[in-house]
Write a protein that binds this ligand. Structure first.
Ligand code: DGT
Ligand code: CA
Ligand code: CA
Ligand code: ZN
Length: 628
């Protein structure tokens, strides 16, 4: 008889803990044992990934179909299936308890602590018997970590910084990480019979780079029904509260989620209220008050003895009744957008494209200027990346920017390999012109598809272009690892810092400025080097870099990879205000990564960028003509 109540999140969590302990255990083993354990810990992690993203409840699946049901899930084999069975039946996994008795650390605390992995932790545990995060922090504060073999003052300081960053970011999720989940729930709610429409609001609608909790808004005449459907989704781990029009839950991956249900006539008002940010909402309510009106999530009302709703169905009518132009959600951060919207509405006679609130759009990018391939650390060949960029993401061009030779961990290319790649690209472009590049490369189904297209719209293939390029490594002194006479044979060149992160701010700024002054460098990639929630990046004097970019006509990149989003919004705004030109790149290492471009567009919109400020909204030839 099964009485436990295990969510997918609980199951995934314990599998991750097993994986973590297994990895801690590799230190003392010989190579062969280590390989076997590595294989095992990856298997547990992969299973956890699968389970977290499953839309069916695993416990129910098991109750209905037994262990055979579990085995149908990809990445779950016999060994893991039987552990899941044991967990569902008894609430425990004996194997986990065994591992834990050998390494009695508080796994939960260390599981998501980026940058201090199981292997490092093992070394620390072996000498200091540290079991908790607090103990680790104390030991580092008291200078005990640096005394361990293989550690140093620098490593100790890095550990303190990582714990600080972790504590600060704890509970905030990366936008790109939760994006698919949010869209999945949004779709589920929208498709309920009792729901007229549903949308994710809050910081998600503002496309903030990290999200504290996910807020949903739904329009319905039967809120109780919507709330029951929401709290019983398989993605829900725990119901934190529910009322007549609201519900609060915790989802399997640990993030909280709110739902507000309103009638149709309040949709726009609720959308406005619930999108925030809080300061933006408060400012709007003050404007309403100053006009003798009241604004809340149900509508905009007059303050007569009988309250009359004068707006509420759409957001536009609310903004307009307050004498403001409608403000894109990405701008609603209380950073001057309200004053701007006021001026803009007063100037509505200006043509639409001259108006400041007309931001870069989600369909405006025509190319991607940072794309990696399996010649270095990417996963696919040049032609595969080109195929997906064109067919699935509608791009007109990509630049192939494999890493260069001094970045050894990626097998960076040397001069000869870069030139070989450029030749290959030029052959591929010839094939594209003749319309036969994509025909022999892929499966029959895809080929049939393209052949059909080839007949119907002959010019489409011919317009796609692959640009030769490289992500050149900036060395410690600001020089590059590839000479200019080689770089000048490429269509376009980006440069980036990948090493010596701990140099002081003057030296980092000097490295970037030296690269910008190099006549062969068109773009500085991911200028600050941060990884959100994981590392702050190297220190840079941003205003100085901007000035140099402007003087040398060097383009700065908004790297759209979800954990970089580098430059961040305030720096984008600074670039825009100072006439520094920008591009948005996916930093794709796999074909699905082109999807990150949208996050880069969002980031640019958060920095108030317009279409003409982003160079890769231009056709390829115009873009090349516009470089320094
Ligand atoms: P988060 O969740 O930390 O990423 O950020 P938000 O902006 O999603 O914040 P959240 O979830 O606390 O609230 C969602 C929206 O609801 C927020 O953007 C504005 C609105 N809101 C929440 N609390 C208040 C409040 O006390 N006053 C006003 N005016 N609005 C609020
Ligand atoms: Ca939120
Ligand atoms: Ca919330
Ligand atoms: Zn890079």
């Amino acid at each position: 008889m099964i009485t436990m109540n295990k969510t997918n999140g609980d199951i995934a969590h314990i599998l991750r803990k097993i994986s973590f302990l297994l990895e801690m255990d590799t230190n003392k083993k010989n190579d062969r044992q280590t390989n076997a354990i590595n294989f095992k810990n990856r298997a547990y992690n992969k299973a956890a990934d699968q389970i977290e993203n499953l839309s069916i409840n695993i416990e129910k699946l098991y109750i209905n179909e037994g262990i055979g049901g579990l085995l149908k899930i990809p990445s779950i084999g016999r060994a893991i299936a039987s552990k899941i069975e044991e967990f569902i039946k008894t609430g425990e996994i004996n194997y986990y308890n065994q591992l834990k008795s050998e390494l009695p650390i508080n796994v939960d605390e260390f599981l998501n602590l980026e940058g201090i992995g199981p292997k490092t932790l093992r070394l620390i545990y072996d000498s200091l018997k540290i079991k908790t995060l607090d103990e680790l922090y104390d030991a580092a504060t008291n200078g005990k970590i640096k005394t361990i073999d293989g550690f140093s003052q620098k490593k100790e300081e890095a550990i303190l910084r990582k714990i600080d960053l972790y504590r600060k970011s704890k509970g905030r999720f990366l936008l790109g990480e939760i994006y698919p989940l949010v869209k999945q729930i949004e779709k589920y709610l929208s498709e309920l019979d009792c729901v007229k429409r549903s949308v994710a609001v809050g910081s998600f609608r503002r496309m903030k780079e990290t999200i504290g909790d996910i807020d949903f808004l739904a329009v319905s005449d039967v809120p109780q029904k919507v709330i029951e459907s929401f709290v019983s989704m398989p993605e829900v781990k725990e119901i934190l509260g529910k009322g007549s029009s609201k519900a609060f839950v915790k989802l399997n991956n640990g993030i909280d989620s709110d739902l507000l249900v309103v009638p149709e006539e309040s949709y726009g008002a609720a959308l406005q209220y619930f999108t925030g940010n809080k300061e933006h909402g408060i400012a709007l309510r003050k404007i309403a008050q100053s006009k003798g009106l009241r604004l809340n999530e149900w509508g905009l009302f007059t303050l007569n003895s009988t309250e009359n709703r004068i707006a509420g169905l759409t957001e536009e009518e609310i903004y307009h009744r307050l004498d403001l132009d409608w403000i894109p959600p990405e701008m609603r951060e209380s950073k001057g957008e309200i004053e701007l919207a006021k001026r803009e509405l007063e100037n509505t006679k200006k043509p639409r494209e001259d108006r400041l609130l007309q931001l870069l759009g989600y369909r405006d990018l025509r190319g991607d200027l940072q794309v990696h391939t399996n010649n270095t650390d990417g996963k696919m060949a040049i032609e595969e990346m080109a195929y997906y960029a064109k067919e699935k993401f509608g791009l007109d061009y990509i630049a192939i920017t494999d890493h260069t030779k001094s970045l050894k961990i990626t097998n960076g290319l040397d001069e000869g390999q870069i030139l070989d790649q450029a030749n290959k690209i030029s052959e591929l472009n010839d094939k594209i012109k003749n319309d036969d590049l994509f025909l022999d490369k892929f499966s029959n189904e895809k080929t049939a598809n393209i052949k059909h297209k080839k007949n119907s719209q002959r010019s489409s293939n011919a317009s796609f272009r692959i640009l030769s390029s490289a992500e050149v490594n900036i060395l410690k002194d600001g020089s590059l690892d590839i000479p200019n006479n080689v770089l000048d044979k490429l269509d376009i060149v980006g440069a980036a810092i990948h090493s010596n992160f701990s140099l002081p701010i003057e030296m980092q700024t000097h490295r970037l400025i030296t690269a910008a002054q190099n006549p062969s460098i068109d773009i500085i990639f991911h200028p600050t080097g941060r990884i959100i929630n994981k590392r702050d990046g190297y220190p840079v004097d941003i205003p100085k870099l901007m000035e140099s970019a402007k003087d040398t006509d060097t383009v700065l990149e908004i790297d759209a990879h979800y954990d970089r989003l580098d430059l961040k919004d305030e720096y984008i705004k600074m670039a825009v205000e100072n006439g520094v030109r920008l591009v948005i790149d996916s930093d794709a290492h796999h074909q699905i990564h082109f999807a990150f471009l949208n996050l880069g567009v969002a980031q640019a919109r958060r920095g108030w960028a317009k279409k003409n400020e982003i160079l890769n909204t231009l056709p390829a030839q115009n873009l090349l003509d516009n470089l320094k």
